[in-house]
Design a protein around this ligand. Structure first.
Ligand code: SF4
Length: 316
């Protein structure tokens, strides 16, 4: 099938309706595009734009600045975005690629934490290479356009390649993301406003595509945490490992300590589970960690859970 009419409609739609004002769309610097893509993977455009994108780039204007920083500083600048693995990947990528990120997708996917879609986004938006971007919005459009109730990654990439506008990959990819977030929305798509309508096979009942997976309730995990403190500070330890590695947290309560008094609890939702953190006042100075002064609690990298704990303990 020839999609040239649809490509023309998409270009026209983008000229009138596209979000041209987004700062990562007014640059061809692969580093800036890369940072925006990493932030946008798990975080809404508005949150990224209002709170994180500009402060992060002010602190780390180039990949070289990330390379020369400490991981702690990068994690600290990432605070509030969650999914800290992304910040560690950015740091690891800077150690390999600085001073300049490549723009060839084949080179980009070799770097830590850069998948095919992110590589394609950097390549398409920095150097207008004819490659498709496949974020959650685009996946939904493709399933509806080709009337697929479900599609494995390989099939999604095939559909993305079939529909791609190779003449104007920059406009096409930006437009598809915008159409997904404003027109072909999950619950109420506005097909009458959509530039893909003339070829869309799912428009008679778009909500059927893709078929929703029944979500299982998130399991609940419990942790007992020790609040060991004096008049100057609180005992904290730096986490190791993949999940939240590098962030500071309260140490676990020693289960043998029977005199610790429960002083409250804080809950936090992660992508795969809900955590209930039970807080215990403890005098156990043998727990692993460092006494962090109350003033420094805001300067060390911590997760959103720790922020909630600090608020509960009235430390912020
Ligand atoms: S025509 Fe409707 S279902 Fe098809 S891509 Fe456009 S908004 Fe989505």
């Amino acid at each position: 099938m020839n999609y040239s009419d649809i490509h023309t409609a998409i270009r026209e739609w983008y000229a009138t309706n596209g979000r041209h004002d987004l700062p990562w769309r007014n640059t061809d610097d692969p580093y800036i595009i890369y940072i925006s893509e990493m932030m946008l993977q798990q975080t809404q455009v508005k949150t990224v734009l209002d709170r994180h994108f500009h402060p992060f780039l002010k602190r780390f204007p180039t990949l070289r600045h990330i390379k020369e920083a400490k991981l702690d500083d990068v994690l600290h600048a990432w605070q509030g975005l969650g999914y800290y693995r992304r910040a560690r990947y950015i740091y690891a990528t800077a150690q390999i690629a600085a001073p300049k990120l490549p723009t060839d997708p084949a080179e980009l996917v070799k770097l830590p934490g850069i998948g095919k879609s992110t590589a394609h986004a950097i390549a398409a938006f920095s150097s207008h290479r004819p490659v498709a971007v496949l974020d959650a919005n685009v996946k939904r459009i493709l399933c509806r356009f080709f009337a697929k109730k479900s599609a494995a990654p390989k099939a999604l990439w095939e559909m993305a390649e079939v529909l791609l506008d190779r003449k104007e990959p920059y406009i096409y990819n930006q437009a598809m993301m915008d159409i997904g977030s404003t027109v072909c929305t999950p619950k109420s798509p506005s097909c009458h406003l959509c530039p893909l309508q003339s070829g869309c096979m799912g428009q008679s009942d778009p909500i059927r595509f893709p078929q929703k997976r029944v979500k299982k309730p998130r399991p609940v995990r419990y942790r007992k945490l020790a609040c060991v403190r004096n008049e100057t500070g609180l005992l904290m330890r730096q986490r190791k490992g993949e999940l939240l590695g590098g962030l500071w947290e309260l140490p676990e309560l020693d289960e043998m300590e029977t005199t610790a008094e429960k002083i409250g609890e804080v809950t936090h939702e992660y992508s795969h589970f809900k955590l209930v953190a039970e807080l215990y006042e403890s005098n156990n100075r043998n727990l692993p960690g460092t006494l962090v002064t109350y003033e420094n609690l805001t300067t060390i990298p911590t997760s959103s859970l720790e922020k909630k704990i600090f608020e509960k303990l009235k430390l912020l």
